[in-house]
Design a protein around this ligand. Structure first.
Ligand code: GDP
Ligand code: MG
Length: 758
């Protein structure tokens, strides 16, 4: 089958075009560096099917970071039949820089001028015929967003893939030409493919290439010995780059006609940026935006209207039905997220009531209905109840990212990040971590420095992912309704912030102790503001929902069933009813590890049944949703609630557990913190193992255990007895002093060594 590779600058729309060609639902983001690995799919929309490979974005074929190497090696080694060079036509000249390099390879290239819709909206025009003539390669104007031109692109790509093409260079008239020509001949004689491309890289002094072609590298160095250029001296890399841009300006730019006068839209986006990326206002604005998002998604007291509405009672709507408090409750007016959640809860409640009723009237054994209603449905529905809020939160994040705003936040935070020992590039994987740690860890491949990468992989799980959200929302909801502690949205957001703070503190500690290292410069251009694509946003959400539901009905369902069995059978396989669950296998195992959590507030100090917290923390290691599913399965039994009373999904279960075990509010917050910061789920652990060296991986597991244990014991002790704060401060001050002193000594030693060797 014909194989076609998509190459282009970051953020030019490669992934969106990949999706348009193959019908896949890969993640599209208005953010350079979303795709870090290649991805394959099949396009069946042409006269014959062909394989499409989506590559990470690259600005040039001289790679610095691992994901740039992936893109370049794929084109060179795997020899696709055709490369589709995707060019952001609103940024023509800069994108053609890569084109001038791709055309040096002996591979057919088709240039796709993407974002044709945006170009048109800006009022600019590109003369496709003229550009095609001058490039000597097929050029097609397309819009991955609207689908315009995609058919033509497919046809011309298939046609091009069947022909051979020899590399040509735009450097032909520069003083390097003779050296390059001579080197290319030698490389061809050695049987190297794309000799022209390699010869130019050698002339530039590319270190990777010089290693691979030692003989020719020496030859070309000799040949060029003594050659200099008036402007660039012997910096041939800069010379070549400049020559490329000059050629583009002279020969290709005439194809572009800009709307006369400065683009009105450009000025508007600059005006917006003056506020959003303002040195002082930028970050507070970001926090406000985050708060609004959390408020709209999680608040049961929208706009804090409760006091204005008077005492709750009469505001409770649909009282007595499964949809009680749908639009408003005694807490206040429901936010859209809460309305959606209550709808799903009402429905799942009806289902479990229906099934429970049917089993009862069918005279099913009590253990059987207990298994189905409490065990399976209780656990499953407790998790599914959170799906609407998770999707809503992802919708907001996806809009922030797609509009181009998140890239601005990265830009704002770069200044702060540098002081912590990270480059702004590290922010992208961290923000992806709010979705799921797995792609986020893979995304760290955009970091050039190995140690920076390790440190980043380690803190990614602290950016609370979608699966941890039910823990946050469930526990926060229970805290609010049982002890009247603040608002659920505020607690949830504060827990997110706690994760971020712990991540940043850990990074500082690592970068100043075991993970010292240099920082690579951060170059990130700000993408244009864009209206997020409706289709790709919906695809993104649909993908998330599918993933979540699939997980619920596989891993989580299986775990729930196992938990129910172990909690209802004794070691000698006797069935025990709910009231005697304390003698079950699970209870005895839970009680065994329970003392470990005593310093965190949810250990031995809890009343009978407190082992559930220990068990939930352990089941969370498989999938974080399991924490809430475990509560859903066991709470009914422990609190002696009937399944019917368990209407408020996870929240109600946790509230009942709080009453029954007497867990302190501070301990429940410590419990959230522990689950958020400890070893992440199986999938994330496996990914970390793949991304890190073996030695680093082992320490990473220990690091996760230590950071979660220390942080949550801090949360608990300070929350329970406030003046222990001073002990913690003292301990931290001592640790920081030791680190500073050690670093100073190391620095001195280094300097002395340098003097000695000099
Ligand atoms: P990649 O980094 O090259 O893979 O780029 P993506 O496919 O992730 O897209 C980057 C951004 O450009 C996203 O915000 C897309 O919605 C947007 N985009 C991609 N193609 C088009 C297009 O044809 N027209 C418009 N208006 N936007 C596009
Ligand atoms: Mg991409």
């Amino acid at each position: 089958m014909i194989r076609v590779a998509l190459a282009g600058n970051p953020n030019c729309g490669k992934t969106m075009l990949f999706n348009a060609l193959t019908g896949a639902t890969a993640h599209v983001g208005n953010w350079p560096g979303v795709t870090v690995d290649k991805r394959e799919g099949t396009c069946k929309k042409g006269s014959e099917p062909f394989t499409v490979v989506d590559l990470p974005g690259i600005y040039s074929l001289s790679p610095y970071t691992p994901e740039e190497v992936i893109a370049r090696n794929f084109i060179l080694d795997n020899k696709p039949d055709c490369v589709v060079d995707i060019v952001d036509s609103t940024n023509l000249e800069r994108n053609l820089y890569l084109t001038t390099q791709l055309m040096e390879m002996d591979v057919p290239v088709v240039v796709a001028l993407n974002m044709a819709d945006e170009l048109e909206k800006n009022g600019d025009k590109i003369d496709v015929k003229l550009l095609e003539e001058r490039l000597g390669m097929p050029v097609v104007s397309v819009s991955a967003m609207t689908g315009k031109g995609v058919k033509e692109l497919i046809d011309r790509t298939l046609a091009a893939a069947k022909r051979k093409r020899q590399g040509v260079s735009v450097l032909g008239r520069t003083q390097l030409a003779p050296a390059v020509e001579e080197a290319a001949v030698r490389l061809r004689d050695d049987g190297v493919s794309s000799p022209l491309f390699h010869a130019i890289k050698l002339a530039e002094g590319d270190s990777l290439e010089s290693k691979n072609h030692k003989k020719t590298a020496a030859f070309i160095r000799n040949y060029m010995h003594g050659m200099t250029d008036a402007t660039f001296g012997e910096d041939w890399e800069a010379f070549v780059a400049n020559a490329r841009y000059d050629y583009i300006t002279d020969n290709y730019s005439p194809a572009l006609t800009r709307k006369s006068g400065e683009g009105r839209k450009l000025r508007l986006s600059e005006k917006i940026d003056r506020v959003l990326t303002n040195k002082w206002a930028g970050i507070p604005l970001f926090v406000v935006i985050l708060f609004v998002i959390f408020h709209v998604t999680f608040s049961e007291n929208l706009l804090f209207l409760a006091p204005a509405l008077g005492s709750g009672g009469e505001w409770t709507m649909f009282g007595g039905t499964p949809f009680e408090g749908l639009f408003a409750s005694s807490d206040g007016v429901s936010s859209p997220g809460v309305i959606l959640q209550k709808l799903v809860e009402g429905l799942t409640g009806l289902i479990s009531d229906g099934i429970g009723g049917a089993m009862e009237s069918g005279n099913a054994a009590p253990w059987a209905s207990g298994f189905v209603v409490d065990g399976v449905l209780g656990g499953l529905f407790a998790v599914i109840g959170f799906l609407p809020q998770i999707l809503l939160l992802f919708l907001f994040f996806s809009l922030l990212e797609d509009s181009g705003y998140m890239a601005r936040v990265a830009f704002l935070l770069d200044r702060i990040f540098r002081r912590l020992g990270l480059s702004g590039r590290a922010l992208m994987p961290m923000i992806m971590g709010f979705g799921c740690s797995v792609p986020a860890m893979i995304n760290t491949r955009t970091l050039a420095d190995e140690k920076e990468r390790t440190a980043t992989v380690r803190v990614i799980p602290f950016f609370s992912c979608g699966a941890k959200l039910p823990i946050l929302v469930g526990c926060a909801g229970a805290l609010v309704s049982s002890s009247g502690m603040g608002n659920a949205d505020v607690i949830t957001m504060l827990m997110y912030l706690l994760g971020i703070v712990v991540a940043l503190v850990s990074v500082i500690l690592m970068r100043s102790t075991t993970m010292r290292g240099e920082l690579s410069p951060f170059i990130m251009e700000l993408p244009n503001y864009r209206r997020p694509g409706f289709k790709s946003t919906m695809l993104h959400l649909w993908d998330k929902a599918k993933h979540f539901i699939k997980k619920a009905f596989t891993i989580i369902l299986a775990s729930t069933i196992i938990i129910w069995f172990f909690s209802h059978f004794t070691w000698d396989w006797h069935y025990v009813a709910d009231e005697e669950m304390g003698s079950s296998i699970l209870a005895s195992l839970g009680k065994l590890i329970q003392p470990l959590f005593t310093p965190l507030g949810f250990g031995s100090q809890l009343a009978e049944g407190g082992w559930v917290f220990a068990v939930a923390a352990i089941t969370g290691l498989v999938a974080k949703e399991n924490v809430i599913a475990t509560f859903g399965t066991l709470a009914t039994a422990i609190a002696g609630l009937g399944a019917a009373e368990l209407d408020d999904a996870g929240i109600n279960a946790i509230e009942a557990l709080m009453d029954e075990t007497g867990i302190a509010g501070a301990a429940l917050i410590a419990f959230i913190a522990f689950n958020m910061l400890t070893i992440p789920c199986f999938a994330a652990v496996a990914t970390a193992r793949g991304e890190l060296s073996k030695k680093h991986f082992r320490w990473t597991l220990l690091f996760w255990l230590a950071s979660s244990y220390i942080t949550s014991s801090m949360v608990y002790t300070i929350g329970a007895v406030w003046w222990t704060l001073f002990f913690w401060l003292l301990a931290w001050a001592a640790a920081v002093t030791v680190i500073v002193l050690v670093n100073r000594r190391l620095k001195k030693k280094n300097e002395q060594n340098k003097i000695k060797t000099a």
